[in-house]
Design a binder for this molecule. Structure first.
Ligand code: CTP
Length: 409
């Protein structure tokens, strides 16, 4: 269990942060909410106290005997600030300590993640952008706001990302604080990543399809962290069971054929391609009208067969047209009796497909699909494999670290 200090700034998006408190508490973290005075205009103290189960203070003088302004920062494993208003960003950048939240940020040595939310014009203002650059230079993670509908009739960048996305980000940084350094320094800035994710669906007739159990979580974790590390991310999205995070362009696809067409368009200009999608290897010829069952009680037990045709191997096709300097990452879901055989299969698949990195996981007895936790081994053309047992976000961090190092070489 980790200690999270959740700073809340005075913006309308403060209401969304109630779900962040709940999400972090449900994961077993000890959450201390530190709102600014203005934040309490939007959501009152009792709400924060009830959701977090801890007393809530805003001022340095609220609980002098406990020296709260230093103690909270010392105890924190993570300080997450959401929403960070333009004023709060300016106060943090200036090193002010005029309330409990800013003194806590000054006193902590834990990673600090801030999620700004404000009107687009305020976000794009040169003063705000300078403050964001200052915070990033100092190692603070600044999550880019989402693009979309703002409080009034306007649209643009400035929305607070959804609560689940902020909870995931907190979880990622808590699991591996080194990724806060990668995010703050934007180590993938200037790189274009194309990530495919989810499971394809192959139409049988207008209402039925052949699908698979991929939830898309692994690919989304990679895409989301890559965006947080400054990459320009395109998500080629087959069927997903979880919402798409903010900060990426989305190209929706249904079948493996659609996927092949999308990758033909996207992959040639990418710096890195990550094929996390679970694509069907075989597809039926779709019937134009709904296939009817046989009538009559004596039809029970009748069989019907569906001829399937092999689809293009999209990953192999991408690798067959190499682009100098581009990194291609494949995935392999294998069922092997033991680890040695799993690695043998991975090495054979890596050379067969011709990619730079293969992420292999053991899916025996449904071990991985749809779950938050995973056990993957990262196999490169040269060198020993690297095993990651943990959350999909930890696996995503390791995969992006490998991509970063392959791109640097
Ligand atoms: N893949 C692809 N096109 C397909 C099938 C798979 O690009 N038609 C990609 C997946 O996105 C993944 C990798 O290939 O990155 C490995 O997929 P997998 O199904 O494990 O490998 P296959 O080559 O289909 O081998 P197997 O016969 O062992 O399933």
């Amino acid at each position: 269990m980790s200690v999270v200090v959740l700073g809340v700034g005075g913006g309308i998006a403060a209401y969304k942060v109630c779900h962040v408190v709940r999400g972090l508490a449900e994961q077993g973290h000890e959450v201390h909410v530190v709102p600014t005075r203005a934040a309490l205009e939007f959501v009152g103290r009792p709400t924060w106290e009830a959701l977090s189960g801890h007393p809530v203070h805003t001022e340095v003088f609220d609980d002098v005997p406990s020296v709260e302004h230093v103690r909270l920062g010392e105890r924190a494993d993570l300080v997450l600030v959401a929403p960070a208003t333009a004023d709060l960003l300016a106060r943090i950048a200036a090193g002010r300590g005029d309330d409990l939240l800013t003194t806590t940020i000054l006193a902590t040595t834990a990673p600090v993640v801030v999620a700004p939310a404000m009107h687009t014009a305020m976000w794009l203002n040169a003063a705000t952008q300078d403050n964001v650059a200052t915070l990033r230079r100092r190692g603070i993670v600044v999550k880019d706001p989402a693009d979309g509908r703002l409080t009034g009739p306007d649209n643009g960048p400035g929305r607070l990302p959804e609560a689940a996305e902020l909870v995931d980000l907190a979880r990622t940084v808590l699991a591996d604080p080194s990724c806060a350094t990668a995010m703050a320094s934007r180590d993938l800035a200037g790189r274009r990543l194309v990530v495919s994710a989810g499971g394809t669906r192959e139409a049988i007739d207008p209402v039925r399809y052949l699908g698979n159990s991929s939830s898309g979580r692994m690919g989304l974790a990679i895409a989301s962290q890559a965006a947080d590390r400054g990459a320009d991310v395109t998500l080629v999205a087959a069927h997903l069971e979880v919402p798409v995070p903010s900060g990426m362009r989305v190209v929706p696809v249904t079948s493996t054929e659609d996927l092949a067409a999308a990758m033909d368009a996207e992959a040639p200009t990418a710096d890195a391609v990550v094929m996390a999608v679970a694509a069907a290897d075989f597809a039926p010829e779709p019937a134009g009208t709904k296939i009817k069952k046989h009538e009559g009680t004596d039809a029970v037990g009748d069989t019907m067969s569906l001829p399937l045709t092999q689809t293009p191997d999209v990953l192999a096709r991408i690798c067959a047209h190499p682009v100098p300097g581009r990194v291609v990452v494949g995935f392999a879901a294998e069922t092997a009796p033991d680890r040695a055989e799993l690695l043998d299969l991975a090495v054979a698949k890596l050379s067969r497909k011709g990619c730079d990195l293969l992420v292999v996981n053991d899916v025996s007895a449904g071990k991985v699909f749809g779950r938050a936790d995973t056990d993957v081994t990262l196999v490169r053309q040269q060198g020993p494999g690297r095993r990651v047992i943990g959350s999909k976000s930890q696996a995503a961090t390791a995969i992006l670290d490998e991509i970063h190092s392959l791109l640097a070489n």
